[in-house]
Design a protein around this ligand. Structure first.
Ligand code: M6R
Length: 611
């Protein structure tokens, strides 16, 4: 939630800040602002709405200055408005702050500051920070920020400038991400790496509690206790293009098309030749595999799409490894009194590695003695640092709010783990283990084959996008894939869509079915073809239009459903990797038909760092 940037160097700060903010709009886009030190004073420009509104507002005006900060907001305290937009300043306008996170004790701090005579102009928690820094300021901005941080409860990533210090900005991080970018005679701060790539590939992911004084020619980094540390600068080797749309109309479309590559990048490096012939699954991140032999159960905690990956994995772990497995939504799990023991394998899945509910589940599990294995896409994320072991999906940056390639790469990581666990435990024969590995290696080509037929889905979306409800039905793996399919559709097309376990229809949901309903049946498991065909017949006879997504090639579903989309042949257990792709495409094209921007769905943000 919220993107922050900072620049100090020899160039004009305004264009550098606006360019960097463009790359962070996925983090929030209800208002934006910049503060630039210009002519000895801070010039602050803010505007409700997307970044373009701010750009239009300052177009043609020269805000010259080589030090500045910027912000793109997803409101938490105070509605989106010009005044609530960041930067926030102290009363005299000499100190400006941009902030990502929530100051949980801001009300108490505000009341105390008011008792000292401070007059507040906004309802934001961030304004409290600006006034506190001012309160502690005795001629040293770094000390004032440090003292302020000690008073703040909650999460923050923040960047501060002062008109008294034209050569530096102060950056600090707790629980929300912040990256320093090192240039030549200029340095940068940003919430995420894509904002920096145009300028530098040398970055430092700030650690918990750290504070940095960033100058044009050097950077000083300190722990929260004020001890200097040497930052471990990393080279980022992503292409700049990888963080751009690359010729596609939307990031979401681009990211769906990246799935064959992303899946291959995630699977192939983990497949090695086995000493005795055949292939083996090897995660260099995992310290041995004996823990699988002792495992009594697997608990997977995650949110949204990542949770759906966990639901698929629940079936995979039980099928391949015969380990009882639960998939829990982290937002619920954090309030449980969980039963965990040393034989529980606790897996957390998160694209961003910054989801507040997921991190809370991690901290709870760790406090109960569990060892946490994280699957995440973001190197250096909070989750990656807090987990005991971490496995990275190699999806590359995912910009669209609706997750696609993150889901399929999370799935393949989980399948690899389930296959390995099954093999190590003796639950999976060597032949079936080899077959499972071969299935995963074949997925990229099959995914590409589906994407090449996207026109078929586009036509179907053009016919169906106006249905007032869409239900996905399926059993087991198909039900799990249906959950993700329904989420995609509701997120970006704003159509009411739900997934139902097909056998549950008759216990209630079928009452909702009428001639304004589209039912998409996920029918990929051969042993269950007859069952799902009956369910299709039940909803058809109540007026629903039906579409079957299946791997049957015999024409069996041609009789049952109005339309049929055939996915390539795949072992039933791996079918969600493929069946979800037409559903992603369907959601995308429905959103386009409705004139929605699929990359920036209303009310949603990419990284949900608040509860
Ligand atoms: O970054 P995470 O994987 O932890 O995010 C979890 C959810 O917020 C996320 O999957 C969300 O549901 C997406 N918008 C789904 O498209």
């Amino acid at each position: 939630m919220c993107g922050i940037v900072g620049y100090v160097g020899a160039r004009q700060a305004t264009p550098a800040l606006l360019g960097a903010l463009r790359k962070l709009e996925y983090r929030g886009y209800d208002s934006a602002g910049i503060a630039v030190l210009s002519g000895g004073g801070l010039v602050v420009e803010k505007a409700k709405g997307m970044l373009q509104v701010l750009e239009d507002r300052i177009a043609g005006r020269e805000i010259s200055g080589c030090l500045g900060i910027g912000h793109t907001r997803w409101a938490t305290h105070g509605e989106p408005s010009d005044v609530n937009a960041h930067p926030q300043t102290n009363t005299s306008g000499t100190i400006a702050v941009v902030h990502n996170g929530i100051v949980e004790n801001h009300q108490r701090l505000k009341e105390w500051l008011q008792s000292q005579g401070v007059v507040f102009r906004t309802r934001t928690d961030t304004e409290t920070i600006a006034h506190l820094i001012n309160y502690y300021y005795r001629g040293n901005i770094f000390d004032a920020v440090l003292k302020t941080l000690h008073k703040l409860e909650g999460a923050y990533a923040l960047c501060v400038i002062s008109s008294d210090f034209p050569d530096r900005l102060i950056a600090a991080k707790k629980e929300n991400p912040l990256v320093l970018g090192f240039g030549r005679g200029e340095n940068f701060v940003a919430s995420d790496v894509p904002a920096l790539l145009e300028h530098t590939r040398e970055v430092y992911y700030m650690d918990e509690g750290e504070i940095a004084a960033v100058y044009g020619d050097h950077v000083d980094v300190f722990t929260g206790r004020g001890e200097r540390i040497i930052p471990r600068v990393q080279h980022v080797d992503w292409d700049v293009d990888a963080a751009e749309k690359g010729g596609y109309e939307h990031f979401m479309l681009k990211e769906m098309h990246e799935q064959p590559r992303a899946i291959a990048d995630t699977v192939k490096p983990r497949i090695i030749d086995a000493p005795g012939g055949g292939r083996d699954i090897f995660f260099e991140e995992l310290p041995g595999t004996d823990f699988w032999k002792d495992a009594s159960r697997v608990v997977i905690a995650a949110c949204g799409t990542a949770w759906h990956a966990g639901v698929v994995a629940r079936y995979a772990f039980e099928r391949f490894a015969r380990i009882p497995t639960e998939a829990e939504t982290a937002s619920e799990y954090r309030y449980k009194n969980p039963i965990l023991d040393s034989r529980t394998v606790f897996i957390v899945v998160s694209q961003s590695g910054e989801t507040a509910d997921t991190l809370a589940a991690v901290r709870l599990a760790k406090s109960r003695g569990a060892r946490v294995m994280a699957i995440t896409n973001v190197v250096g994320s909070t989750l990656s640092r807090e987990a005991d072991v971490r496995i990275y999906t190699r999806a590359g940056p995912e910009i669209a709010v609706a997750s696609t390639k993150a889901f399929t790469t999370q799935l393949v990581c989980l399948y690899l783990l389930a296959l390995k666990a099954g093999f190590v435990r003796g639950a999976l024969s060597p032949e079936d283990y080899q077959k499972g590995i071969a299935e995963l290696l074949a997925v990229p080509d099959k995914a590409a084959e589906i994407l090449a037929r996207k026109g078929v889905i586009q036509k179907e979306a053009a016919l169906q996008f106006n249905k007032n409800k869409v239900f996905f039905i399926g059993r087991l793996f198909d039900y799990a894939a249906g959950l993700e399919s329904a989420l995609k559709l509701k997120e970006i097309s704003y159509t009411h869509s739900e997934a139902f376990a097909a056998g549950e229809l008759k216990h209630g949901p079928i009452a909702l079915v009428d001639d304004r309903t589209l039912v998409i049946a996920l029918a990929t498991q051969r042993a269950l073809f007859d069952k799902i065909a009956s369910n299709i017949a039940q909803v058809s006879s109540r007026g629903a239009v039906t579409l079957a997504i299946t791997q049957d090639t015999s024409g069996y579903f041609d009789q049952a459903a109005d339309q049929v989309f055939v996915i390539p042949q795949v072992d039933d257990a791996f079918s969600p990797l493929l069946s979800v792709i037409p559903a992603q495409l369907f959601a995308y094209y429905c959103a386009i038909q409705k004139g929605n921007n699929p990359d920036r769905p209303r009310n949603l943000a990419k990284s949900v760092t608040v509860e």
